[in-house]
Ligand binder design. Sequence first.
Ligand SMILES: *Cc1c(COP(=O)(O)O)cnc(C)c1O
Length: 414
Amino acid sequence: MNSIDLPRENPNLCAMSDKPIFTRSFTQQEPIPQAAIEAANRVLRTGRLHRYNTAPDEIAETALLEEEFAAMTGAKYALAVASGGYAIGAALRAIGVGQGDLVLSNGFTLAPVPGAIASVGAVPVFVEVTENLTIDLEDLNTKAQASGARVLLLSHMRGHICDMGRLMAICDAAGITVIEDCAHTMGAAWNGLASGRHGKIACYSTQTYKHINSGEGGFLTSDDADVMARAILLSGSYMLYTRHRAAPPPEAFAQARFETPNVSGRMDNLRAAILRPQLADLPRQVARWRELYERMEAGLANLPHLRLTERDPREDYVGSSFQFLLPDWSPDKITAFVQAAARRGVELKWFGAAEPVAFTSRYDSWRYAPAQTLPKTDHILAGLIDLRLPLTFAPEDVDRLAEILRDEVIAHAP
Ligand SMILES: *Cc1c(COP(=O)(O)O)cnc(C)c1O
């Protein structure tokens, strides 16, 4: 069938039999804003792309970006790096995590999280997830006691933030240092405090599919001068750390400069130039994501056999992706549902598939880590559906998406 011949009211929606089809791409981001393109051109014309390559009296784009990021999050210090995964690895090293150390982390997260733990020779201890996709605080408490681990790498996976007050109380009581993986919570907050401001260190990503886009990139923030001095040295600052502005004073580096290996992972001025205008625009983008998220939530409300995640009123989330549970569905029914949605142009990710596909790997796919059993997480992931909500979708697109999903849930529900 040639869909071009069909009458189409909306260019993004074409009819096949009587069923509307969604034709927007789930992986298409918005273009880089004009101000960022111009800033990038200015950097390119100078040739000074390396963050320490500055003219006399010039402040590098990267150093300015770090100041702006610290101001936005409220952190004392910020460091821009080559990726979110690099930031996490540097955070672990900066607090002395090494060979054989145990690190608690979410059983439901993305591969760079256990990957960063493995990169320093440490061993992940996975904690269960709740139906609202946040870390299970009871299981965290139990595993903190049982394992004796001294570090929690907390992933705010898909932007779901747990009760941070309770989490910090558990970790403080057990003497556990918290590193927050804020790859999906840049621009979010818990109880009025920016995500990433509860633990000792926070890590962010500026990779294309996150909230600001430099292709690859990341940040590490902290209020701890020793930690930040080591992170800066680790990132490959040579002895040029005084060129950093959102950084502790030179005294903080006195000892660390001889003891910290250089594990190069710097950000460059080109990426920083692209990110600065996007960072300034982040609040507006967050509001747009929230609108898409809320449209989807309303569109899928009150459907039998579909469970929406509940958001705590203290959670000020971004909503750049959407998740729901098909709790009592068999794998065959879910497979049929996902395939039917795909035929109508709706790209869903299912975390319950037998083999990891694209971004949907599970804790049992990370076989470099010791085998662990998380029955509650298994049960939840078996019915977990995930989709992106890129800002190239208009609110009306999301309404159509929700309609298609409603149809197919009703058609395939057990
Ligand atoms: C993207 C992501 C990271 C790290 O991102 P990079 O691709 O290394 O920048 C870390 N944690 C989660 C949950 C992510 O989605």
